[in-house]
Structures are given as structure tokens and as C-alpha cells.
Design a protein around this ligand. Sequence first.
Ligand code: SF4
Ligand code: SF4
Length: 104
Amino acid sequence: MTAREDQTQIKFPCSRCGACCRLAFLVSESVRGDVVIPNEKGVCIHLRKDNTCDIYESRPKMCKVDAMRPPDVPPMEWYSKSLKACNTLHLGVYSTPRIPIVAE
Ligand code: SF4
Ligand code: SF4
């Protein structure tokens, strides 16, 4: 466990909706790097049909909510902001609000 993870025992409640991965084309190439590559539909090539990631253990920083948290933003505030973003992404991809799932 890293020092950052130690600050909160609460995990980000990702519902594995896959909305963020389906909008990979919106992320600039300089941020996506050469790992998150959009297919012809704009979806990351690593997204499986069941919405899991086929490179999960080695996914880049941009795919990790905790790793993207600015040092001056407390974890719960960051999760709250991130969840709002998730809802917006879900609405854009599936035309429905995200259904919150409790963290494991
Ligand atoms: S949009 Fe949010 S809830 Fe959906 S898979 Fe991405 S991080 Fe998880
Ligand atoms: S690398 Fe994995 S987590 Fe990141 S956008 Fe692609 S499918 Fe999603």
C-alpha cells in the first residue's frame, strides 16, 4: 500500500460502466500516450465486452482515479468530483444517469 492509498480505506465506487473507456477518443494523444488507443468507434482497444480492461494491472495513470488526484485535494472531495464526471460520461454514452454501485 502506498502512502497515498493509506490516507483512505474507501475505494472509489466505480460501477464498471465503461463509459470513460468508450470516450477514449476525446482524450488528447499527449495524455493518452501509446497505450490508450481508440478504435474506429473511439473506444479504447483494451476495453473488453464485459467492460473490464485487458491491461488492468498495467493501465496508465490516466485510468486510475487515485493516481490522478491532485495532492492538494482530499480523497473524498476528489471522489465526489470524479463521480460527477462519471455521471456526465455515463449520460453521454448511455443516455441515462449512472447507477451508483457501492465500493467493494
Ligand atoms: S465512467 Fe466512472 S464508473 Fe464508469 S467505468 Fe469509468 S470510472 Fe468507472
Ligand atoms: S486502458 Fe483500460 S482502463 Fe484505460 S481506457 Fe483502456 S480499457 Fe479503460
